[in-house]
Unconditional design. Structure first.
Length: 363
């Protein structure tokens, strides 16, 4: 089952703030927690104790904590890849290998006696996962997750993201990627311009980022990379993530009629299977509302992303809902009743014929 997650960085905050944030995350159905232990500065025992306290609290809430580490930390702690007792004592659900080893070590780690999950870096773009699979890992304990990218313009491009994600999908491995809060102020490092996986997501509303990742069909778990997301963001991300349908946010015209409002929002829409290059059709509304009147209004030129309802001049098509996929001429038989918000437009390209979706009024 897919999971939604948050990130905490105990070295850069207080236990009280982390605990309050984890409480909020649990309230909205979040199940995963990411944290980073790439290096330990200062009193090693104190740092480890601080992490353990936060992880223990997360565990009490039923959250699963993934600890990001690298080979240098293994050396610093005197930990061996074939003995994960340190991470078991820490309370970690899983260990993420930021850099990783040769592939053989990763495979052996998945057979650990504690059932600790081993998550590897999906963003490498090599045959890394193929090498791991050559050494017969315990697949139930092997996961993949993409990196996040704190510096603007350094996040993954979409095509590369698809290519690397499919490497893991072909083995049926659980996958994860990061989205970024626009309210959060920090991550594991002092400088960050957001902590997202895809560069195209930087600066978008968090719900749009989550929706887009979900609709790719390539990512199981979605994690908010920076801390702390606002409660409104946590709620918005959860609403989209746990929805049975893609949710498309729409700005509507001010004088939307009562029946047009029902056409848009009273039921899920279904993208017709015999799809067009010009419009996304949801034809069932013309059946549901066949006895209603749809007077002509807002007969504007049609642009990509516009939400359309065929009016009374369109005969048997009156009441049909459509979304324009490109700019079109309006012959006077189509009411332009709204527009999909800009941040949700990339999702239109991922909407599949016969898929259900639902409109939500933009705030």
């Amino acid at each position: 089952m897919s999971k939604l997650g948050v990130s905490v960085y105990p070295e850069r905050s207080t236990f009280e703030k982390d605990a309050a944030y984890l409480d909020l995350a649990a309230k909205y159905g979040y199940q995963r927690v990411f944290t980073s232990l790439l290096e330990i500065k200062g009193d090693q025992a104190a740092v480890v104790a601080n992490f353990k306290k936060v992880i223990s609290y997360a565990n009490q809430l039923g959250l699963q904590v993934m600890v990001d580490v690298n080979p240098d930390l293994f050396k610093q702690l005197g930990v061996s890849y074939d003995d994960l007792s340190f991470f078991h004592d820490l309370g970690a659900w899983g260990v993420r290998l930021d850099l990783g080893f040769t592939g053989q070590e990763e495979a052996r780690m998945t057979h650990n006696e504690y059932g600790i999950k081993i998550e590897v870096n999906m963003s490498k773009g090599t045959h890394y996962v193929d090498t791991i699979m050559d050494y017969s890992p315990a697949k139930d304990n092997l996961l993949g997750s993409h990196n996040f990218y704190p510096q603007q313009y350094t996040g993954l491009g979409y095509d590369y993201f698809v290519q690397t994600s499919e490497q893991y999908r072909q083995y049926g491995l659980n996958t994860a990627a990061f989205v970024s809060s626009n309210a959060a102020t920090y991550g594991p490092w002092p400088m960050q311009d957001g902590l997202c996986t895809l560069e195209d997501h930087r600066g978008l509303p968090i719900a749009a980022q989550v929706q887009h990742l979900k609709m790719t069909g390539l990512i199981d778990d979605v994690l908010i990379g920076n801390a702390y997301a606002s409660e409104a963001e946590l709620k918005a991300a959860a609403e989209v993530f746990f929805s049975p349908y893609p949710l498309l946010h729409v700005d509507t015209v001010n004088d939307l009629s009562a029946v047009e409002e029902k056409v848009l929002f009273a039921q899920p829409q279904t993208y017709r299977g015999d799809f067009s290059d010009y419009v996304i059709r949801s034809s069932q509304t013309r059946v549901i509302y066949k006895d209603e009147d749809f007077p002509a209004h807002h007969l504007d030129a049609i642009h990509a992303g516009d939400v359309l309802i065929d009016n009374d001049e369109f005969g048997q098509y009156k009441g049909e809902l459509q979304i324009a996929r490109c700019d079109l001429e309006n012959t006077g038989r189509i009411n332009v009743v709204g527009h999909v918000v800009a941040s949700d437009l990339p999702c239109l390209k991922l909407l599949q014929p016969w898929a259900d979706f639902k409109f939500v009024a933009a705030e």
